[in-house]
Design a protein around this ligand. Structure first.
Ligand SMILES: [Cu+2]
Length: 178
């Protein structure tokens, strides 16, 4: 855990920076090309399996080294009492996803311990909002799941949990590719 502390601190600072200029110039991030974070892989073609436990609120592993083009099979188990996510993306993607998940929580679609099954098709602003990104899985307390990912090596990635407050508490790890 200790090795990522400076990294987390840096992200917290960069996350605060846009708030200071809110209402001023707009960053226009949506115009930027989407980063090439890789793609879902086929488990049978994975060259490596990474087994990792998720706790409240940190991952068993805090850094991961991958090679460009490598397909890694992640076998995950939530050992905590809270709902956790394993999401592969850039720091900016995680930040966006954190506000989406906060919105889902505020609308009762999700609680700190699980997803809520409900029909939210009629809720304004919530149409089509569900948690089904290919680069992310959610694990209920005690649940085991797996995800396979082929890394591109073209983007600076983190694996992170975007449940409200978890990333800030340290539930984030660094992916270094070479
Ligand atoms: Cu979490």
């Amino acid at each position: 855990m200790f090795s990522i502390k400076p990294l987390v601190a840096a992200f917290c600072l960069s996350a605060l920076a846009p708030l200071a200029i809110a209402g001023g110039t707009h960053g226009g991030h949506s115009d930027e090309a989407a980063p090439n974070i890789g793609k879902p892989g086929v488990a049978a073609q994975a060259t490596r399996t990474v087994t990792m436990a998720l706790y409240d609120n940190y991952y068993e592993v805090d850094t991961l080294e991958v090679k460009a083009g490598e397909t890694v099979r992640f076998q995950l188990k939530n050992e905590g009492v809270l709902l956790h996510e394993f999401n592969i993306g850039t720091a900016a993607m995680h930040k966006n996803h954190q506000s989406e998940m906060l919105k889902m929580m505020e609308h009762g679609m999700m609680t700190p311990t699980g997803m809520v099954e409900m029909d939210h098709s009629g809720m304004e602003g919530m149409e089509g909002m569900k948690h089904d990104d290919p680069n992310s899985i959610l694990l209920a307390p005690g649940e085991s799941k797996e995800i396979t990912w082929t890394f591109s090596g073209d983007a600076e990635l983190e694996f992170a949990c975007n449940m409200p407050g978890h990333y800030q508490a340290g539930m984030v790890g660094e992916v270094s590719s070479h």
